[in-house]
Design a protein around this ligand. Sequence first.
Ligand SMILES: Nc1nc2c(c(=O)[nH]1)N[C@H]1C(S)=C(S)[C@@H](COP(=O)(O)O)O[C@H]1N2
Ligand SMILES: [Mo]
Length: 199
Amino acid sequence: MTSFSPGFRGRARSLVDRLPPGQYPTESFPVLSAGPTPRVATDAWTFTVTTERGETHAWSWDRMMGLPQQDTVQDIHCVTRWSKFDTRWRGVALDVFLEDVETVAHHAVVDSHGGYTTNLALEDLLDGKAWIVHSYDGYPLSPEHGGPARLLVPHLYLWKSAKWVRGLRLTTEDEPGFWESVGYHNHGDPWREQRTWGD
Ligand SMILES: Nc1nc2c(c(=O)[nH]1)N[C@H]1C(S)=C(S)[C@@H](COP(=O)(O)O)O[C@H]1N2
Ligand SMILES: [Mo]
């Protein structure tokens, strides 16, 4: 009797379905940084949300760690064409930071130590689509990958997932960030191959 393994076939097909156009899967975890790796101590770390009226809400490391934590398993996609399946992160959903923030803004600019910025529509940060993560695969996030904490927005190309995150500025106008202002797509949806301005 011939026997098939429907489990294997099913999983293989679903991985193909999970690969956005123009991407290839990788098992490794490449490091892509536009400059040197900042070293940020957790006792000096703060995450600051600034509203369009200039009000600030700030979380120390301990306060952030005291917020409801989520474990999330995500596929991530870099515009340089590698994708990595089933990456495991732990952190706090952006919804938690923003729930008590009064704003009429629809945009945000995320700021990092070292000067990197990236812009996002607020709707791409809310409803369980984005996290401030501090752990990867069960360990504290390494400095190379953005530790002590980075933004994770897995449904967009990974340049939106700012490493060494320090704050988020809510804006009424959309302001392009570091890569967006030199030709990367403003939104960066990997499923629509939004790599550069013309896409
Ligand atoms: N602060 C900061 N965040 C950043 C970057 C950067 O240069 N500086 N590079 C971005 C880009 S282009 C990518 S692909 C991912 C890479 O994350 P990784 O190095 O953990 O793979 O981080 C993004 N976040
Ligand atoms: Mo990237």
